[in-house]
Design a protein around this ligand. Sequence first.
Ligand code: ATP
Length: 244
Amino acid sequence: EAAPLLQVNNIEVVYNDVILVLRGLSLTVPQGKIVALLGANGAGKSTTLKAISGLLRTEEGEVTRGEIRFGGERIDGIDPHLIVRRGIFQVMEGRRIIADMTCLENLRLGAFTRSDGEVKSDIERVYGYFPRLRERTGLAGYLSGGEQQMLAIGRALMARPKLILMDEPSMGLSPLLVKEVFGIIRRLNEELGITILLVEQNARMALSVASYAYVMEQGKVVLDGTAEALANNEDVKEFYLGGH
Ligand code: ATP
């Protein structure tokens, strides 16, 4: 069997040389799948994504033990922009689009690693998934929360990633928009074959699109299984699915 696309082996992460936030975390993301990472606030989910994308280093965080492999090769300790070049793109929590640039400029930024002539057709492809973005010609800061989330995902697509790390895509969105965004996440996986590692507070939504899931507590995985098994697990139901 081929090596999984992403493999995180027993990593430890510290911030500012002292605070131990991940304590031997391991997870696997197979090629072509959607995998969900669940857990309470502060469990270390965002830190896990940042360890993979390399963005941890912009926050004085460091992987101090273990290893991260992408396509079989070690990527822990590599510069974030080189990790993007290898095909991993993180869509940050809170969206982090550039407010004083237009939508189109934000999308072009996502293609910063590319020099091919297909940026234009890729922008069209993004508009195919998010038709509303085509009509928004003003500054991105004036977009609604849902539109900003769509722009953040669109910008990730511009990098032609193999793996998207998504941090709380449902955050701050109305139930209707959450449905729409998750529908698009599913399509990106099915139609473009993009592998997705998804961090989500909305466990119900996450388990509905994922094939496999991990539950984290205090910097480690405490439970994992198929999305179906976790959706039927009594503890998961009680703590993450509102008790029914
Ligand atoms: P949330 O859903 O609240 O974002 P999370 O599971 O994503 O939770 P993390 O954001 O990874 O959790 O945070 C895990 C722990 O690491 C928390 O105790 C947090 O206070 C700490 N932490 C996060 N970022 C930093 C940082 N830049 N410097 C120091 N400590 C941090």
